[in-house]
Design a protein around this ligand. Structure first.
Ligand SMILES: N[C@@H](CCC(=O)N[C@@H](CSC=O)C(=O)NCC(=O)O)C(=O)O
Length: 285
């Protein structure tokens, strides 16, 4: 498989790199970014945190704005930031910022024209980790995190694949997409009007129904929410996630932060806490 290195920048003793590859799952070229901490250049294999970004983002927003490299370097954690959707002139799109390119919602689309390329769930769960683990000095110990649409993606993926992730965290996640305008618009387009198919991608439904029985385990979860977030009441609904966790006894730590909004200023303020949380579950702290 051809994987092209697009950029390399040394930072905090490690390297931030961007790559392009042809994705079999998405049927198009995809970009991702990876931060490799200094330990990865010294013969050590390091665990990986997957970061899923939000609406309108690419592989670059988190790496440029979150200020994550210093603590990832200290802890010895690689971070992988994929793009948020398939891309290209032959990939279906919409004029809204909340559907189509830049807004893949981390689902496997079943409806035309979206189903030809929009298979982001399978890409994040299967193809990308297999590629990363074959290319870089990393272990198969993984955690996952994200923001807003990416917070929804991270929670859903961890809840549905509890054997594959050590921990999950989210900033301002879309917690109950089946009941908010962003989610209803995207799920109607990607999954169709039959809402019974939507709940597999609803973090609150999955958390309410989660169980640690029959050999399964709970993936420890941390969620941070800004109280001055303009999207809080209409789109994010963290109270629904909290009620779901109480119902099933899920180990969710939900923190509310006075004055913080939906932006990367909020993420940069608490990314150290999230990285140390993941570090403690990836056994690097
Ligand atoms: N109308 C806005 C909405 C875009 C926006 O706020 N995007 C957020 C994620 S929102 C949920 O998924 C974001 O992370 N933006 C990128 C950034 O670097 O801040 C608009 O179109 O601007």
């Amino acid at each position: 498989m051809t994987v092209e290195n697009l950029s390399s920048n040394k930072t905090f003793g490690g390297w931030n790199k961007q790559y392009s590859h042809q994705s079999k799952t998405l049927n198009c070229a995809m970009r991702f970014a990876i931060y490799l901490p200094p330990q990865a250049s010294n013969g050590q294999k390091v665990p990986v945190l997957y970061w899923l970004s939000g609406l309108t983002c690419s592989d670059e927003n988190f790496m440029h704005k979150a200020g994550a490299h210093r603590i990832a370097s200290e802890l010895g954690i690689a971070i992988v930031a994929p793009d948020t959707s398939p891309r290209g002139s032959d990939v279906a799109d919409d004029e809204g910022y909340d559907l189509g390119q830049g807004a893949g919602f981390y689902v496997n689309a079943t409806q035309a024209p979206w189903n030809k390329h929009y298979q982001m769930y399978d890409y994040i769960v299967d193809e990308l980790p297999a590629l990363v683990e074959s290319m870089f000095p990393v272990t198969d110990k993984r955690s996952i995190a994200g923001h807003s649409m990416g917070g929804h993606g991270a929670l859903v993926i961890a809840l549905r694949n509890s054997d594959a992730y050590q921990s999950v965290s989210a900033f301002s996640p879309i917690s109950n997409p089946i009941n908010c305008p962003w989610g209803k618009k995207a799920f109607t387009a990607y999954l169709g009007r039959d809402m019974t198919t939507w709940s597999d991608y609803d973090a609150s439904t999955l958390m309410r129904n989660a169980s640690a029985e029959n050999g399964k385990s709970f993936v420890p979860a941390l969620v941070s929410q800004g109280e001055a977030d303009d999207f809080l009441a209409e789109q994010l609904k963290p109270e629904v996630l909290e009620a779901a966790a109480k119902n099933s006894g899920y180990p969710l730590a939900l923190e509310s932060h006075e004055g913080y909004d939906h932006s990367y200023f909020f993420i940069a303020s608490f990314i150290e806490q999230h990285l140390r949380f993941h570090g403690s579950h990836l056994s690097v702290s």
